[in-house]
Design a binder for this molecule. Structure first.
Ligand code: INI
Length: 171
């Protein structure tokens, strides 16, 4: 029988942070509510949850990086909504935010998940913010819980994977 090392949805020790953009707030506030609701219903205490408000998706990576580097969190969730307009601005903003958060996630000692919508229309954004296609903020929160729990099960990089130890930063 193989040994399975996997996360659960029981919050690991430590705090969670949500970084959410103000741009397209009518959508991102719904993503935020979905993420908070998911974390709290899985047992994260209000006192262990911080929300950072960010101007726009372009600024998300710089804020997420500072939050991660603080070492205070077991998990960080990035939320935003980039909606295509008539100019190439969409491509630059959506490209930068995906690349930036991806690089941070790869190098972070804590769980970092991506709940940034990149859609062609406002209708598609609405569908993903708590209507037909679910709530991508809630999904990013679920993924963050599972990944943080998996990291806890794996132990920190310093301790070696599979050690079952706790991470070294703020957990
Ligand atoms: N920011 C978003 O979060 N979503 C968008 O759809 C968007 N569009 O399309 O322009 C957007 N632009 C602002 C950008 O993120 C920066 O805040 C701005 O360029 C200042 O640096």
């Amino acid at each position: 029988m193989p040994r399975f090392i996997e996360g659960t949805f029981v919050p690991p020790k430590g705090r969670f942070a949500i970084c959410v953009t103000r741009f397209n707030a009518f959508i991102t506030e719904e993503l935020l509510q979905g993420a908070i609701d998911t974390l709290v219903r899985h047992g994260v205490a209000d006192a262990d949850l911080d929300v950072f408000r960010v101007p726009g998706a372009f600024e998300l990576p710089s804020v997420v990086r500072r939050v991660v580097d603080s070492g205070r969190y077991a998990g960080v969730i990035a939320l935003g909504a980039v909606i295509r307009g008539g100019t190439p601005h969409f491509e630059y903003v959506s490209g930068e935010v995906a690349k930036g958060i991806g690089q941070i996630a790869l190098n972070a000692d804590c769980a970092v998940t991506f709940g940034v919508l990149t859609v062609d229309t406002i209708e598609q954004a609405i569908e993903r913010a708590g209507t037909k296609a679910g709530n991508k903020g809630g999904e990013a929160a679920m993924a963050c819980l599972e990944l943080a729990s998996l990291f806890e099960a794996m132990g920190s990089r310093a301790e070696g994977a599979g050690a079952g130890g706790r991470g070294k930063k703020g957990r």
